[in-house]
Design a binder for this molecule. Structure first.
Ligand SMILES: *Cc1c(COP(=O)(O)O)cnc(C)c1O
Length: 365
């Protein structure tokens, strides 16, 4: 079977996939309503929050747009903390809808520094919100989100988080860290196909919502809230993926959140130690290396694209390449969602065979 080792879409449990072959139901009827209530309650548990949570039919980027347009007005000053391609995307979205964006960028491969964030928020008066990526999928770095959020709190800005490739796989404790708006997507850590995204909204964020003037229609969380009161979604949802999520949540909650986090810690460490044992280098600052995706530097003289192609064609292992300025310079191994140690050892064994064929002699360990 193909070893799909990209940071989303990730492999899905058979039980979840089977649910997707079920006949359609009325999305305004009682069966869907009961499922929506059950799933919303389950998602809240995974978000570790008492805040409102909504399930949207869209991909992660749609949820990022939702997180921007509902709480801000054109001209609002926004600080975007960017450590890679997804941080840059958050800035683009905010700019597109007219926010006055200042970007606080850090070198790709490093995490954001809370002291520099503190300084930036002190110097630029009048910030309304900070946008931050929890886990930067393009570089394999997990930001110290609890610390960054605490700095945001201190400066009384809305803390808006892209947790698309972290939440449900590594700790993202929405209430304990007092995060205002948090988004994630079904095809990353949730073991469900793409099409659904989740968003949490704090009381502070609802106050901002009341004053926010950016244009919004499909992604209006006020409509989502109103419809949820009648056990519905405002628009036709991806019902089949709801079926899958219903089952995936059962599997996740049976395993237990802390066990899920521990499993990701194990596979993350196994991946990093494995590639290092082959003589390769991880891009991320070791202290902030992600437990959901590893970015590995393509060794000198090796064609990164040829390696990814060889792994796919002859070892049935699908890796991700680099994005933006990292294209050809890194390859990425996804290890989130339905992932076991064996998936990683298989991937490492394939790499060990493939590397000499693209001109790199792996270390003999
Ligand atoms: C995958 C991802 C997204 C959203 O991607 P979609 O393709 O729109 O689902 C956003 N942020 C991060 C950090 C991601 O990993």
């Amino acid at each position: 079977m193909t070893n799909l080792r990209i940071p989303g879409p990730t492999p899905c449990a058979d039980e979840a996939l089977q649910e997707m072959s079920r006949q359609m139901i009325n999305h305004r009827g009682p069966e869907f309503g009961a499922m929506l209530q059950r799933i919303t309650a389950g998602v809240k548990k995974v978000f570790e929050t008492k805040n409102d949570v909504f399930i949207l039919t869209t991909s992660g980027t749609g949820a990022m747009e939702t997180a921007v347009v509902n709480f801000l007005s054109p001209g609002d000053r926004v600080l975007v903390v960017s450590i890679g391609a997804f941080g840059d995307r958050f800035a683009d979205i905010a700019q597109t809808f007219g926010a006055d964006v200042t970007k606080l960028s850090f070198d790709w491969g490093t995490a954001a520094d809370p002291a520099k964030l503190d300084q930036a928020l002190s110097e630029g008066q009048g910030y309304k919100a900070m946008l931050v990526t929890h886990n930067e999928t393009s570089t394999g770095v997990t930001n110290p989100l609890a610390e960054l959020a605490a700095v945001g709190r201190k400066h009384d800005v809305l803390v808006i988080v892209d947790a698309v490739s972290s939440l449900s796989a590594v700790p993202c404790r929405v209430d304990a860290w007092d995060l205002d708006v948090v988004v994630t997507g079904s095809q990353k850590g949730w073991m469900v196909p793409p099409a659904l995204a989740m968003i949490s909204v704090s009381d502070r964020a609802w106050k901002a919502y009341d004053a926010a003037k950016m244009p919004r229609y499909y992604f209006d969380v006020g409509k989502a809230k109103k419809y949820l009161e009648t056990n519905q979604t405002p628009w036709t949802p991806a019902i089949s993926v709801f079926f899958a999520l219903d089952v995936a949540l059962e599997i996740m909650l049976a395993e237990g959140l802390e066990n899920i986090f521990a499993r990701h810690e194990r596979v993350g460490k196994l991946t990093r130690e494995g590639v290092k044992a082959l003589g390769l280098e991880v891009l991320a600052d070791e202290r902030f290396a992600s437990n959901t995706v590893s970015a590995v530097k393509v060794p000198q003289g090796v064609d990164g694209k040829a390696l990814v192609k060889l792994m796919r064609e002859e070892y049935d292992t699908v890796l991700a390449g680099g994005q933006a300025s990292l294209a050809g310079k890194i390859f990425r191994i996804g290890h989130l969602g339905l992932v076991t140690e064996k998936d990683i050892t298989d991937c490492l064994a394939a790499l060990k065979l493939a590397l000499p064929r693209v001109g790199f002699a792996p270390a003999s360990v």
